[in-house]
Ligand binder design. Sequence first.
Ligand code: DGL
Length: 262
Amino acid sequence: MNEGPIGIFDSGVGGTSIWKEIRKLIPNEDTIFLADSKNAPYGEKSQDEILSLSIKNTELLLQMGCKLIVVACNTATTNAIKYLRSNYQVPFIGIEPAIKPAALKSASKTIGVLATRGTLSSSLFLSTSEIHANGITIIEQEGTGLVQRIEQGEAHSDEVRNLLMKFIEPMLRKGIDHLVLGCTHYPYLIPVLRELLPEHVTLIDSGEAVARQTKSVLEQGVLRNRTDAKGVYRFYTNADVAILDTFLTDVNVPIETSFLEF
Ligand code: DGL
């Protein structure tokens, strides 16, 4: 049993979509969330920059006493998790585009992946897609411009809608029947995507799977908090707290959000 908090970081506010799944599944765990919005988007940075930002976030969470770290960012996971796992003692949970379930369920044998440039160009993504590419066509699309706009609180703007149209049209023409959301910011686009996509296209997002994996790794490591009380949920951003708050308005439990220089 370990009463320390779970640490979660993302390049910005997107990882709150993962935090929501974790809190739903294991509400008695304390959590500390770092939104590195000052440095978003990670997806446009070099692998070295993504790695050093991931190290900075990890070390801060470790200083705060975290017992496990969730890298709630596909870009940071695919570029840095191998290094983090081999250089720090705590367990790390990562998130990668969920190609496998999409490939297994696809009837048209054609799936789309919407992710950042940093994710799509990573060697981890390339090897995962090769493993599942067997008989499946994977249409990759960089979501250039989406993260910046979501970070500015404009997930529902016409500009975002137009970008999404531009990104999904070529994939639809190629016959995708599953669209993998390969960035933790993108679940906030699901309402618009659902309007734009034909009904037969299934959206795949791995937030719930990450929460299940977090729970199971805590259990295996005997790291679960055994108290029944609700957890304490702290969120830090190094940019605008008001924007972070807008991503947490649907959370009906007490949370603490604040500014922190990191
Ligand atoms: N949430 C991050 C991800 O999952 C966004 C990356 C970015 O900052 O570009 O990839």
